[in-house]
Each structure stands twice: as C-alpha cells, then as structure tokens.
Design a protein around this ligand. Structure first.
Ligand code: NAP
Ligand code: G4F
Length: 322
C-alpha cells in the first residue's frame, strides 16, 4: 500500500520540491495550507502538483486544525516545514515567529501523541541554531554547541530540543534535519541569493540601476533545495530517529556571490551594489560551513549540486523570466 505523507509548509520552497519527490516515490501526499486572501499567488509553487495532492486549510497556531487532519489522514510520515523562515523578519515579528516555529511544533507533537503516535516526524531544524559557534576546524556538525543569535534561531532551538525530548520521553519517531542554507529558482525573493541574482539580471537588462544589500562579509554554506528534500525522506526512512546535518561543506561570502553573479553577466558588482543599513541585522551570524559526514555515512546522502551549478540554474531561470 502507498505510504501517506503529511507536509506542513507545503506551499513553500522545500514543500513544493518535497511534494514532487514524494509523488515520484509513489507516496500519497497531504498538505496543510494557511488561509490567504490571494489563493492563486500563495499556491503558485504547487501549480502543477495540486491535482495530485490533498490540501486542507489549517495553521500551526490552530491546534484543532492539526488534530482534525492527523485524525483523518493517519499519515505514516509527517514533514514539519511550516515556519516564519526569514531571519531578519524574525526581529520584526518575534512573537509570531516564536509561536509558529516553536509552539507550533509542540502543538504538532501533542496532536501526534493523541492521534497517530506511530507516525514518523521530520522537523525542519536549521544551521541558524548554531549562531556564531563552530568547532576548532571551523565547521559545524551535530555535536557543535548551539548559541542562536536571532529570534528565529532561538525558536528553532526550542523546536529542535522538544523533538529530542518527545523522542525519548514518549518514544515518538521524531528526527531533526539540521539543514544549512538551500536555495533554488523557487526561493523567496527577499532571501539574499534570489535578491542578488534576480536584481543582477534586471540591471543587466537595463531594468534596474542599483542593488541595496546588508552585510556583504557573512559566509554561508549554500546547497540546492532539491538535494535537501531528498535528505528529508532518507532521514525518515532510517531505522531509528536521530539528528542529521545536511550541508555541502563549501562556504562563500555574500560578496563572493555578488562577484560571481555579476561577472557571469559581464558586469562589475562594485559599480552596482550599495550597503543599506536597513538590511544589516541587529546581531549577525557571520560564518556557516557544515560537516555532513554523518549523513553521508549513515543515510548514503550526498548533494548533486555545488555552488556554481546552483548559481547557474538560478541565473538561467531569471534570464528566461526577464
Ligand atoms: P518557505 O519557503 O518560507 O516556506 C515556509 C512555509 O511555512 C510556507 O508554506 C508558509 O505558508 C508556511 N507557514 C508559515 N507560517 C505558518 C503557520 N503559522 N501555519 C502554517 N504554515 C505556515 O521556507 P523553506 O525555505 O521552504 O523552508 C522550509 C522549512 O525549513 C522552514 O521551517 C525553514 O525554517 C526551514 N529551513 C530552511 C532552510 C533554507 O535554507 N531554506 C534552512 C534550514 C531550515 P505561506 O505560503 O502561507 O506563507
Ligand atoms: O538569505 P538570507 O536571508 O538567509 P539566512 O539568514 O542565512 O537564513 C536562511 O538560512 C537559514 C539556515 O542557515 C534558514 F534556517 C532560514 O530559514 C533561511 O532560509 O541571508 C544570508 C546572509 C545573511 O548573513 C544576511 O545578513 O545574507 C546577508 N545579507 C546581506 N544583505 C542579506 C542581505 N540577506 C537578505 N535576506 N537580504 C539582504 O539584503
């Protein structure tokens, strides 16, 4: 019989790629969708998939909606991707961020305990939980201490911890994927990769003049969402619940990204990029570089995309669009 997967955050970047991946593997896919006044726009990433998935209105902040769905669907696997996922915006809406990203996960766990205790749960944990902590070799791994530096990171640390707590206390099959930054043509336009690539293309076409950014010196370990959703399914297919880092092990600065993208368009980024303090964060996470040895050895996962291939795919997408 086909496995049933329930995805929260199904309308997001990862939700849409994960849906495609699970449908390809023969799963029946169910999703939770928030009410939005412009339905068509909100579900645009699912446009070609909608006919194959069962979507239900709900919200991580509305326990009754989660209860009803889990009781009806009785999923084998639950992927909790729903979150207010923008780090800087978590300073603007810290309480909503904490409620959704932290308490929402507790709501989900309580519902699972009540309605489908044998379901396997994947929690979308984040490298933002490490804050500015790293090991002596400069990398972050499963054992690296976590000292988050944003309301987003603090809320994600709560959910990471409560997943581990319920795994032990109530024997739930609950796992954390500690994912480093991952991007794609479906990435929201206010994350730095899309912002740079989209605006560089607009500048190259004479449709924009400058690009305003925040901190150019922070470094990120960027992978592709398609690779990372494969890891999510492998994490829940493992024989026991556990926590896994998913990363590329390659790190680059925002400045590097600007340099590469603009030069691919035969432009010099220094002529167009300006720093606007509006985009600088109250506290910055300055360096991420993940060691995913555990995932490679235990799950047999490895990324197919590198930094260059990721940039090329995103550039090609925006060049076609404009
Ligand atoms: P995304 O594109 O921003 O998608 C977030 C999803 O969560 C959207 O479907 C959004 O619905 C939904 N959502 C937000 N608040 C909700 C609420 N209160 N109730 C129900 N749904 C809600 O994020 P993503 O890049 O796909 O990331 C997926 C998950 O992985 C997130 O939890 C994120 O924090 C985590 N993560 C991401 C990365 C990364 O680099 N992408 C790295 C580590 C961890 P709407 O469409 O209605 O807004
Ligand atoms: O693209 P970003 O907004 O991603 P950030 O903050 O690293 O968070 C993403 O990755 C996390 C995993 O590590 C996820 F958990 C989280 O959900 C999200 O997907 O910013 C990347 C870097 C930061 O250092 C930021 O200060 O880019 C810098 N930056 C510089 N100028 C900018 C800008 N970021 C944004 N969004 N916009 C700018 O104008």
């Amino acid at each position: 019989m086909a496995k049933k997967a329930f995805i929260t955050g199904i309308t997001g970047q990862d939700g849409s790629y994960l849906t495609e991946h699970l449908l390809d593997l023969g799963y029946n896919v169910y999703g939770l969708v928030r009410r939005n006044s412009v339905t068509e726009h909100q579900q645009s990433r699912l446009e070609n998939l909608k006919k194959n998935v069962d979507l239900t209105y709900g919200d991580m902040l509305d326990q009754s909606s989660i209860d009803k769905i889990l009781n009806r669907v009785q999923p084998d696997e639950i992927y909790n991707l729903a979150a207010q996922s923008h780090v800087r915006i978590s300073y603007d809406i810290p309480q909503f961020t904490a409620q959704t990203n932290a308490l929402g996960v507790l709501n989900l766990l309580e519902s699972v305990k009540m309605h489908c205790p044998s379901a396997r749960i994947y929690q979308a944990s984040s490298s933002e939980m490490f804050g500015n902590s790293r090991d002596s070799d400069g990398m972050q791994r499963e054992t690296t201490p976590m000292h988050p530096v944003s309301p987003y990171g603090c809320a994600k640390l709560f959910s990471y911890s409560v997943i581990r707590n319920y795994r032990k206390a109530f024997k739930l099959f609950a796992s954390n994927g500690i994912l480093f930054n991952h991007e794609s043509p479906r990435r929201g336009s206010n994350f730095v990769t899309t912002k740079i690539i989209k605006n560089a293309v607009l500048i190259s076409k004479g449709k924009a003049k400058i690009l305003e950014l925040g901190n150019l010196d922070s470094k990120r370990d960027w992978g592709h969402s398609k690779d990372y959703v494969r890891a999510m399914q492998l994490i829940l297919s493992h024989d026991k619940p556990d926590d896994f880092v998913i990363s590329t092990g390659q790190t680059n600065s925002i400045r590097d990204l600007c340099k590469i993208v603009f030069s691919k368009l035969n432009l010099d980024y220094e002529d167009y990029v300006r720093v606007n303090p509006k985009y600088v964060r109250p506290e910055e996470l300055s360096y991420l570089c993940g060691d995913c040895t555990k995932s490679k050895e235990i799950l047999g996962w490895k990324p197919e995309y590198n930094f260059e291939k990721l940039i090329d795919e995103m550039l090609e997408f925006f060049l076609k669009q404009y």
